[in-house]
Design a protein around this ligand. Structure first.
Ligand code: DGJ
Length: 530
């Protein structure tokens, strides 16, 4: 399997960020941010994603005030946490809400996207040089400030440039500069990239429109020309920010994406046009060499939709990183395990993390399932860093009506049984909260690490049929008397990544119940005797 490209590091070592993203307004003061830090602690996370607003740090043109950044750094260090700062600037959810007043009130200078009828849309145009230059000046000032105050401690591990960029309110900019670009030849570089790729959604749109070697955007891409030009224009604009920012301070930088929910979704209406949705992702990858990755905000709760997004963004040239997921809904509490095991996600965050916490600081009951899942992921970070990409990490995901799941392990068949509690506990009801989920990690042929909720794992050695028949009790789902364990231990990983045993299971705990997991037991290590 392919090597996992670890974009995030701490002290030069690979780092797996897990935690939450704050609500949008939490970045305005240390006191507003406090709840977000607490909530990330509650889910055993190591990283908070929190916005920095252009309008706040450059209230007057050229006058920068990064005191809020300093305050966030101080809080993060107090909590022993890392930060991903989200640069809310030209784009925030496909509009310009977080641009400074001096930008908003000078539309002649900082031109906006024009709709087909010439109406000014509430989005800055990526075709207006003044916009790009102003944003870039502010972004590089932020990078310079971080270099000055954080290059030793490195509390900030990455920057998200903009937020869900794109245009809401028009499929493209119809203003004079954009129109001129639309009618000009598509850059040769794009044509050669498409030719070299020979496949993919951008290539296909080009072929469907006739596959011409040269011509304007509508000539090369037909009806999709507006969205593709916008994608190219926004991608190159943001890459310029990344290049300038990295020249000052070399932090990892990424772009997040508001995903289209269906194939028939309308660009500019259902999602921001020109954002890095799967159909234009190739354009982003070709034109953002200074951006480390493109990250989908996955709020899709259904397995099929969720996995299709993992598949689209987990590419050899783009490790999967989920900066936002459906934290509010119970959704994704199972599927995050799939993203991590099957798509090698290099980090995972839930949006609106403050919501997970009740007023008294405990976990809000409706959020328990999500919090538990994050806790389980956090518990095995050393193993994720070691085994992702090797095929040794398996997701346990109980889909609706599923009674068991089979894992093809090295030397064993893993039979995952749901409702994973020892039989002297009362039977569980069939509610979503009780759906089995987690990870099974095979560290060596006979050594397994388990985390998760509501499942048991029966390990059947892969034996020749005549031997297996002879050992029929091994396969008995209820009495696993013949299972030969060397040890079954509950424990945790210490700071050096070493497994520490907290409780040894034996006797009834292993003879009348197959190894089971719950989030609060930590990590279960099962070592079979050969
Ligand atoms: C995605 C955005 O990136 C966030 O800032 C926030 O607006 C969420 N959507 C809300 O669901």
């Amino acid at each position: 399997m392919a090597n996992v490209k670890r974009v995030f590091t701490v002290n030069g070592e690979p780092f797996f960020p897990v935690g939450g993203q704050s609500m949008n307004q939490a970045g305005q003061s240390a006191s507003e941010a406090e709840a977000a830090f607490k909530a990330v602690k509650l889910l055993h996370g190591n990283t908070l994603e929190i916005p920095v607003y252009w309008e706040q740090v450059e209230p007057e043109e050229g006058r920068f005030d990064f005191s809020i950044v300093d305050a966030l750094l101080a809080s993060a260090r107090r909590y022993g946490m890392k930060l991903v700062l989200l640069w809310f600037a030209t784009w925030k959810n496909g509009n310009m809400d977080y641009t400074p007043t001096w930008v908003k009130t000078s539309p002649q200078r900082f031109r906006r996207v024009a709709s087909p009828t010439g109406r000014a849309v509430w989005v800055l145009s990526s075709h207006c040089r003044a916009n790009t230059e102003a944003d870039q000046r502010a972004f590089t000032a932020l990078c310079a400030h971080l270099k000055a105050v954080d290059s030793t401690e490195r509390t900030v591990i990455a920057l998200q440039i903009e937020n869900e960029p794109g245009i809401l309110g028009s499929d493209r900019d119809y203003g004079p500069e954009a129109q001129a670009t639309f009618e000009s030849p598509v850059p040769d570089e794009l044509v050669s990239k498409m030719k070299a790729a020979g496949k993919g959604p951008v290539f296909e749109v080009w072929q469907e429109a006739g596959g011409k070697e040269g011509g304007s955007w509508p000539e090369l891409f037909g009806w999709a020309g507006g969205e593709l030009m916008t994608a190219w224009s926004i991608a190159t604009t943001i890459d310029g920010l990344a290049e300038a920012g990295k020249a000052v301070y070399g932090l990892p930088m990424y772009i997040n994406v508001w995903l289209a929910r269906h194939a028939w979704a309308m660009a500019g209406e259902d999602y921001p046009s020109g954002g890095a949705v799967p159909k234009v992702l190739d354009i982003y990858k070709w034109f953002t060499p200074h951006v480390d990755l493109i990250a989908p905000d996955i709020y899709l709760p259904d397995n099929k939709g969720y996995e299709s997004m993992c598949r689209a963004y987990a590419r050899d040239d783009n490790p999967l990183f989920v900066p936002e997921s459906g934290g509010r809904a119970a959704s994704n509490a199972w599927l995050m395990f799939r993203a991590i095991a099957d798509y090698n996600a290099i980090g995972y965050h839930g949006f609106g993390v403050e919501w997970y916490m009740a007023e008294d600081g405990s976990v809000r009951p409706e959020a328990q399932m999500v919090v538990d899942s994050f806790r389980c992921v956090s518990a095995v970070i050393p193993l994720l860093l070691k085994y992702q990409g090797t095929g040794k990490i398996h997701a346990v995901v109980q889909e609706e009506n599923m009674e068991s799941q089979e894992l093809d392990l090295d030397g064993y068949v893993g039979q995952v049984q749901f409702d994973g509690r020892p039989r002297w506990f009362p039977p569980a009801g069939d509610t979503a909260e009780r759906r089995g989920r987690g990870l099974v990690i095979q560290a060596s042929q006979h050594e397994f690490y388990l985390v998760g909720s509501h499942y048991q794992l029966v390990l059947h050695p892969k034996l020749p049929p005549h031997v297996a028949r002879d050992m029929s009790l091994v396969r008995d789902p209820l009495l696993r008397r013949s299972s030969q364990y060397l040890s079954v231990d509950e424990g945790h990983f210490d700071e050096k990544g070493e497994f520490v045993v907290d409780h040894q299971r034996n006797g009834d705990e292993i003879r009348f119940a197959a190894p089971w997991v719950e989030p609060d037991i930590g990590v279960l290590r099962v070592v079979m005797c050969d």
